[in-house]
Design a binder for this molecule. Structure first.
Ligand SMILES: *Cc1c(COP(=O)(O)O)cnc(C)c1O
Length: 344
């Protein structure tokens, strides 16, 4: 119909048909609209350009086996955006508006929703940006909330693959009482350069430690950390980790499967004891990690430590099981016992 090869999709910006948006001004949100021009007008003094007053969310819509369309846990994204907007002193769309605009985005771009059977989905990106022209460092109740989307692939097809990660000794992600647990654009700004360096060296992921003592694992650059140790699902408890909805879901799945869930500080040394490690987030659900190197200087040649989880790089059985379970619910192949799917 629109010539998209559903099996060849990656994870990239995409020009679909419409973007849905609403404007907060004079104390209220305007009725939401759809635009096909994909262009917005901002004053050059707008908050967002100078002070990074901007936050976002990420969630997916699925065409399920029986033809229904489901958003996965969008109420969680609405709640998280509220928490982030409060942190930035921004007005935030109420949950109902958030859900309506996500639904409208899918409905207005239906031809870009991948059909069932390709393990592909429609990624929704709700974005909230401060528009007020100013130089003073004060919050101002004016913002635009927009929901855009892009068809995305599964990365893996049916079989997971594993990847490597590096702990950069000379970069931190978030300060202890800073912005790390909020989904703000600025948190990503500081990861662009180290990511590029890591990728140039063949690493897929960056693993950040807690910046106060650098003794504990925090999270990957854009996804949470979890590990498997015997019958335990272990994930860091830290003020500077983004509360991932995928991680929360995996914890519930792990508990359903009879595993013990431990949310607690994870010392770097403990990496030597894990049988499986994974990065988790909406985009890929789980990225299994085969090994993690420590480099005191990311730009330099020295590797001081290597933690290897899977000897031959194969994907562990628990990661595989968790991945199949969660994607099974998303595509409507498994019973949704927790009520995670929100049907359009
Ligand atoms: C969005 C994000 C995640 C993953 O959260 P999900 O809700 O699972 O998509 C993890 N870490 C960071 C830093 C993030 O911004």
């Amino acid at each position: 119909m629109n010539g998209i090869d559903w099996d060849a999709l990656g994870f990239d910006a995409y020009r679909t048909r419409t973007v849905i948006f609403s404007h907060f001004k004079d104390g209220q949100w305007s009725p939401f609209e759809a635009t096909e021009t994909f262009s917005f007008t901002f004053d050059p003094f707008a908050q967002v350009f100078h002070y990074a007053i901007s936050c976002f969310e990420g969630l997916k819509a699925f065409r399920q086996q029986d033809g229904r369309i489901a958003l996965f846990r969008p109420d969680q994204n609405a709640a998280r955006m509220k928490r982030t907007a409060d942190f930035l002193g921004m007005p935030c769309p109420p949950k109902e508006l958030f859900l309506q605009m996500c639904a409208a985005c899918v409905e207005n771009n239906l031809e870009f929703l991948p059909p069932y059977g390709h393990r592909a989905s429609l990624y929704l990106r709700p974005l909230l940006v401060g528009m007020h022209p100013q130089m003073q460092l004060v919050p101002y109740p004016e913002a635009v909330f927009a929901v855009m989307c892009a068809p995305v692939g599964s990365y893996y097809g049916e079989h997971l693959r594993s990847f490597s990660a590096v702990i950069p000794g000379n970069y931190d992600r978030a300060a202890p009482k800073g912005s790390g647990s909020y989904k703000i654009g600025a948190n990503y700004a500081s990861t662009f350069k180290p990511y590029k360096m890591a990728h140039d060296q063949g690493y897929t992921e960056l693993l950040y430690l807690n910046s106060a003592t650098r003794q504990f694992v925090d999270e990957f650059g854009s996804s949470n950390f979890f590990a498997i140790k015997g019958n335990k699902y272990v994930t860091p408890l830290s003020d500077s980790v983004l509360p991932s909805i995928t991680n929360k879901t995996l914890q519930e799945v792990a508990a359903d499967l009879g595993m013990q869930v431990e949310k607690r500080p994870v010392p770097v040394e403990e990496l030597a004891e894990f049988e499986e490690v994974g990065a988790c987030g909406t985009a890929v659900v789980i990225t299994p990690i085969s090994h993690i190197d420590i480099k005191p200087v990311l730009e330099g040649p020295e590797v001081t430590r290597v933690f290897r989880f899977r000897p031959d790089g194969e994907v562990g059985p628990v990661c595989t099981r968790l991945y199949r379970h969660i994607t099974g619910v998303q595509f409507g192949e498994r019973e949704d016992t927790h009520g995670w799917c929100y049907y359009l």
